[in-house]
Design a binder for this molecule. Structure first.
Ligand code: GLN
Ligand code: ZN
Length: 769
């Protein structure tokens, strides 16, 4: 392979880098600022240092063009809201008084004002703050942040490319402001927004930007003709500006689809496309469309969302076939590296034989540089890297961890019948009624009780060795006794042990399953200053021994009422972990499902009559493109049924999901074939009960009557009113009474009162039946 021409020498670049710093310095500084322990000056200083270090790290690694503006104190969508002056009315005073405090007020709210709503950034586990727009929104340009950060990078001698959220994606991510009719479409504000982008672009140009990147991941989702038209107009108008930098429009997380032709024809100078995962379809699409003549293509060939080393030869092949399709081809990760941890080399506890398969942000940067070098200078330049990469990939493929014959054989032997309950629901419900003897409108909770400071202390002391396993277990046992005693006193019907032993509903199981890897420093931003350390599904999954049976049976030994066993479902185990990229997701889900199935069987064998398998992530993992959803829902629901279908008719399977919009997955909920499902409903006034009734959902439902996202204690009459509303849609024989979600983030005082009211409400409504 040789370079096309000297002028088109391939550049290595990235769309964005983790913001937190190697020791999560940003989190500490921001939280310190909130507590008044860090001054604004010191916070700015920390931020500038982190940006400087990131750019230096990137440049040292060989990145030719560093991104700017990807840094954020909290969230890059909120930064865009500031940039376009779309501050909600209720935060105006705070922002005018002090820009930084106003910024955090929008992010976190204050005593008097609610924060912006937070929601997931596409199908990642990053959450952004939702812009609130209305017909009265007036946009004004504020380029201080993008220009300031560009200047910093230029002053340090870097070639820098500012990265902004694009105008179409910004509007598509927005929602109608409070008080504005639901039907209002923020995209109708495009004509008002474009001049503001024009102004920011001119400012960036004046500050020395040659290129500016506009991120339009919303165009990688299914879009209507009107939305595609808006994109066409946006880039025609921005392209026509006289005083502007060159524009690179970036899409990621999926194929660009119909928007590809729109952008290819637009007068922008470059496109960045994702060629990994579902984005791989961009390759054919691009060839079919005749490429991007005269344009720059930034090829995302290194997956920015997983933690695995790249197949460098395969990527070089992709890059080679792209060479003829654009004027120049540069190399990048598929998306911002925000979604992966910083540095795999920091994981000293991971077996070196496994660590060589891992690539976090730092390693992905090196891969991008290697690929760019190979593409422009020929593979001779990188033979050492290529052979090392080949060896690493081979070690992964042949490792006993990634191919456990016992797990493989068991997966292959699983039949469709294994994923089906032996008896139809009517038979099961009769058997369960006879065994459980519950009243109408039975009361229960979703599983967790408050994670108190004492519990967190106990865990910290166990970790640091201040207490041993026995002492820790004693504290857990004490907690379980208290949780049980309270529930009996309060009069709940189906009890739980409270999950005090679980630090996290995924991590707890990941730590107990073979094939799962934990990291020590693998932090990724979830939102604001909240970082999580997702476990890694590294190998074939099996369960060496029961994981929950001991605590569940201990809890059951303390009461005559049924105690519900509590597990995290296979789809959620995948959704909140880093998944394998060397086999289909459905295969990994099936392995996890079979391991969990053993747990379900063991719980049943130990006498547990009610088992709940939580799947709060079922909906959030839904593929971005509708065409891919059916295949996903097929394997996802099958994995759930594989987990739960081995039980007897009189063992009652519950599931739980915590969101209120079900429209697009109602048939999947049905396909789970759970006996009882509990859902979030309190805030939406039992709307889900209506939705389920409309489709004729045939089994038992517990729409939440207690909103656990707020410390507010609902009154008994309020809960009763919600229940009566639920009864309009679901008959009493099939209606359960429960909170919206687990209680782990709440305090005991509110939980006590709220659950007492919930039981009182159930009794009142029951009496009137
Ligand atoms: N059983 C879990 C709990 O109660 C469920 C949490 C969730 O749905 N996110 O905490
Ligand atoms: Zn929940």
């Amino acid at each position: 392979m040789t370079s096309k021409s000297a002028a088109a020498a391939t550049r290595a670049t990235v769309h964005g880098y983790p913001r937190q710093g190697p020791k999560r310095e940003l989190k500490k500084a921001v939280e310190g600022y909130w507590k008044g322990r860090v001054t604004a000056e010191a916070l700015r200083e920390t931020a500038a240092t982190l940006r400087r270090e990131n750019w230096r790290r990137l440049a040292d690694a060989g990145i030719d063009e560093v991104p700017t503006g990807d840094f954020s104190y909290y969230d890059h969508v909120l930064d865009t809201t500031v940039m376009v002056g779309a501050v909600p009315e209720r935060h105006r005073d705070a922002v005018d008084t002090d820009a930084l405090d106003g910024y955090f007020a929008m992010a976190r709210g204050t005593q008097e004002t609610a924060p912006l709503e937070m929601t997931k950034w596409f199908d990642t586990n990053y959450h952004y703050l939702v812009p609130e727009l209305g017909p009265g929104t007036v946009f004004t340009a504020d380029s201080a942040k993008p220009v300031g950060e560009l200047r910093e990078a230029l002053a340090l001698g870097h070639t820098a490319r500012p990265v902004l959220v694009g105008p179409v994606t910004y509007l598509l991510l927005a929602k109608p402001a409070p008080g504005v009719a639901d039907g209002f479409a923020p995209l109708t504000l495009l004509d008002r927004l474009l001049p503001v982008y024009a102004e920011v672009l001119a400012d960036l140009r004046a500050a020395g930007a040659e290129w500016v990147q506009l991120d339009e991941p919303a165009l990688a989702q299914d879009r209507t003709a009107a939305e595609l038209n808006a994109a066409e107009r946006a880039y025609r108008e921005l392209g026509a500006l006289a005083d502007r930098p060159k524009l690179l429009v970036a899409s990621y997380f999926d194929r660009l689809g119909e928007a590809l032709a729109v952008l290819a024809k637009s007068p922008v100078e470059g496109l960045a496309l994702d060629f990994t995962g579902p984005g791989a379809a961009n390759l054919d699409d691009l060839a079919r469309a005749g490429g991007l003549p005269g344009k720059r293509l930034v090829a995302g060939v290194v997956d920015g969302r997983n933690v695995w080393i790249n197949n460098l030869e395969k990527s070089l092949g992709t890059l080679a076939s792209l060479l003829g399709l654009a004027e120049r081809v540069d190399v990048a990760p598929s998306c911002s590296l925000l979604h992966v941890p910083l540095d795999a080399a920091a994981e000293r506890d991971v077996d070196p034989q496994i660590a060589r398969w891992l690539a976090f942000a730092r390693q992905k940067t090196e891969e991008v540089v290697t690929l760019a070098r190979g593409l422009s200078g020929g593979t001779d330049l990188i033979t050492g890297r290529l052979s090392a990469n080949r060896a690493d990939l081979a070690s992964r493929a042949s490792s006993a961890l990634t191919s456990d014959p016992a797990v493989r054989a068991r997966c292959a032997a699983a039949t469709p019948a294994d994923a089906r309950r032996a008896q139809p629901y009517p038979e099961r419900t009769a058997a369960q009624r006879a065994r459980l003897g519950l009243p109408l409108l039975p009361t229960t909770t979703i599983g967790s009780f408050p994670q108190t400071a004492e519990l967190r202390t106990a865990r910290a002391e166990l970790r640091s060795g201040r207490i041993d396993g026995t002492a820790y277990d004693q504290r857990i046992a004490t907690e379980i006794r208290e949780v049980l005693a309270f529930q009996e006193e309060a009069g709940l019907d189906v009890l739980v042990h409270g999950e005090p032993e679980r630090n996290d509903m995924v991590q707890y199981f990941a730590e107990r399953l073979n094939g799962y890897l934990a990291t020590q420093h693998g932090w990724v931003q979830s939102y604001g200053t909240r970082y999580v350390r997702p476990p890694i599904l590294a190998g074939d999954i099996s369960r060496p021994e029961p994981m929950t049976v001991a605590w569940t049976t201990y809890a059951q030994s303390l009461t005559d009422r049924p105690v519900k066993g509590m597990l995290t479902g296979p789809v959620t185990m995948l959704a909140w972990s880093f998944v394998r990229d060397d086999q289909p997701l459905g295969e990994t889900a099936r392995q996890v499902a079979l391991a969990l199935r053993d747990e379900v069987q063991d719980l049943e064998g130990a006498g547990t009559a009610v088992i709940q398998v939580d799947e709060p992530a079922l909906r959030e993992t839904l593929p971005l493109r509708a065409a891919d959803r059916e295949a996903y829902l097929d394997w996802a629901t099958e994995a759930f049924r594989l987990t739960t279908s081995g039980v007897r008719a009189d063992t009652q399977i519950h599931t739980h999901m915590c969101y209120a919009e079900f429209g697009d997955i109602v048939s999947a909920i049905e396909a789970l074939d759970a006996d009882v499902i509990s859902l979030e409903a309190a805030r939406s006034h039992m709307q889900v009960a209506d939705e389920l009734a409309t489709v004729g959902y045939p089994r038992e439902v517990g729409p939440g009557v207690y909103d656990i996202h707020s410390p507010r204690v609902p009154g008994a009459d309020e809960a009763a009113a919600l229940l009566r509303k639920g009864l309009e849609a679901i008959p009493a024989e099939r209606l359960w009474v429960n909170p919206d979600c687990g209680l782990k983030t709440r305090g005991w005082t509110e939980v006590r009162a709220s659950l007492e009211h919930l039981v009182e409400a159930a009794r009142t409504v029951r009496a009137g039946l």
